[in-house]
Write a protein that binds this ligand. Sequence first.
Ligand code: PLP
Length: 357
Amino acid sequence: DLPILPIGESSVPGAKRIVPLANNEATEPPSAAAQEAARKAMAGANFYPSVTHAELKSAIGAAYGVDPAKVVCGNGSSEIIALLAQAYAGLGDEVIIGRHGYLYFSICARMAGAAPVYAVSAGNANHLSFGLQAALDAVTPKTRIVFLDNPCNPLGTYVSRNDLRTFRDKLPEDVLLVIDGAYADYATADDFDPGDDLVLAGENTVVLRTFSKIYGLAGLRVGWAHAPASVEEVLNKVMRPGNLSSVSLAASEAAAKEQALVVNRRKRNQLARDAFAASLEADLGFTVLPSQANFLLVTPPPNAPMDASALYEGLMAEGVLVRQMGPYQLPDSLRISVGTDEEMNIALAAIKMLEAA
Ligand code: PLP
């Protein structure tokens, strides 16, 4: 009875235009430099790719201020999540996951033979976030890993630098803390911190990042871990050689060198996201969780003409694809990714039209 990971729809028969807001992808395509690097790499695709990923690691090191020797690159961060679960947890073990966290964590725990243990989220309907105390309370001698997505998917909320540090301090030393920063490139809060200091402070914290979001490379499957030496060694032992294609390596290396673009995209995302949230709240009385990511968790008020499920169907008929939250135990809410300004206007107009019905 593994949970089914909902895959976003990419087409709707008969729709005039698709507005793809279901998968938290970047709304922008890969940069021109990344596309050019991919084209060049394609011309040499008769050769096997690098198995050391040395050039990509060094570009990541320069962009993120981390030691390239502590970077491990994966076929998307998903590959690293799966390998960490398999390498560190097994039959009879427990893996702690946020009740409303990323579904793939529990799939990987189960694939490894371990039991996912869900930590109830903290807060209330207006501000739900990863339940740090609940996660600590859930620790037993069988606990091997805590997966903490920060910012959280699908909540969009985050755990602050101090709370993260205190949490690590209170966790037993032999429990691996995996901080999944898939959306960290979008975060702007002053007290947000991806957690790299914790990686350097011991052997029991890993930070995951991805090129699938702000860099617009979801289709090429590149993610990475900032890991202490012992974890890096384990990951390199179990990683499939040649897990990244030469095209993916070249494109992500070029993308990592364009940090000015990342800054611009972060700013645009923030403006589009916050304007959309403000309209839903002010004009329609929706509850919208404060987001540090490129998506919003939105809940229609109880008296709205359409509840989350009717709204989902209505939006789908209009070609606006969003994500239902039943599998995340949030059936009254929808997750809406941040698209272009035009796409957000279309989505907003469609929601207003449907909720006026
Ligand atoms: N972690 C979280 C929290 C995500 O939401 C996602 C994808 O949506 C991933 C990891 C997977 O990212 P990747 O494309 O790097 O495998």
